[in-house]
Design a protein around this ligand. Structure first.
Ligand code: C5P
Length: 219
């Protein structure tokens, strides 16, 4: 079984996807972490994620693997777990920039489809329902107002990044949404057969209960 959860930055997709996966005993795949890890790998080599030519040259050498350790996803680059280093604003922007490049996307989509062929999966991202898993059993498009999304990201970030600034996060989120939804290849878009879930006025538990009810109601 395959469940696709798409939506813009900071909409709470990963929290919901993780909880649903746990409830159903499925694997959770955070595809955003893969774009983040790709940006991290490029930056480590001194390559700007927006430098298409340099990224394309480095692409054959990019070795990414997804593993699950105690049920938790880790992204390995050259065998090293980079998961702890990919949640900074610099990497968020880099991920959005690198995600424009179709060749890079195709490489990551191959890995994503392989995970979906191996496990029952809840996958979150931007193009899961429209491109990666068009035949998913359930598709949800989870969103919230930009201000609400910035507030949630801020609360999450400030634990590890005390200097986090809510206004900067909101500007960042709006800029990333714009980059993600206007790119030519596999942009951020609600699939025609996806269920829209606007979480602006909902808390985490309400969203999880709402989505779980739709899945079990349809089964
Ligand atoms: O979901 P997250 O904020 O971690 O994603 C980081 C960036 O990766 C997004 O802004 C987007 O540009 C890119 N992304 C994508 N397609 C996906 C998942 C993420 O383009 N399926």
């Amino acid at each position: 079984m395959k469940i696709a959860i798409d939506g813009p930055a900071g909409a709470g997709k990963s929290t919901v996807a993780k909880a649903i996966a746990q409830k159903m005993n499925f694997n959770y795949l955070d595809t955003g972490a893969m774009y983040r890890a790709a940006a991290y790998a490029m930056i480590e080599q001194g390559i700007e994620p927006s430098d298409r030519t340099a990224v394309l040259n480095a692409l054959p050498g990019l070795s990414m693997k997804i593993i699950y350790k105690d049920g938790v996803q880790k992204v390995l680059i050259d065998g090293k777990d980079v998961t702890p280093y990919i949640r900074t604003p610099r990497i968020s922007r880099g991920a959005s920039d690198i995600a424009i490049i179709p060749e890079l996307r195709l490489k990551l989509v191959d890995i994503q489809r392989e995970v979906a062929n191996t496990y029952d999966v809840v996958m979150d991202g931007r193009d899961i329902g429209t491109y990666v898993l068009p035949d998913a059993d359930f598709k949800f498009f989870v969103t919230a107002s930009p201000h609400e999304r910035a507030k949630r990201r801020y609360l999450e970030l400030k634990e590890t990044l005390p200097e986090a600034d809510i206004n900067e996060i909101e500007r960042d989120i709006i800029a990333r949404d714009e980059t993600d939804s206007t790119r030519e290849f596999a942009p951020l878009r609600q699939a025609e057969d996806a269920i829209l879930v606007d979480t602006t006025e909902m808390d985490r538990d309400q969203v999880i209960a709402h989505i779980s009810a739709m899945i079990s109601g349809a089964k």
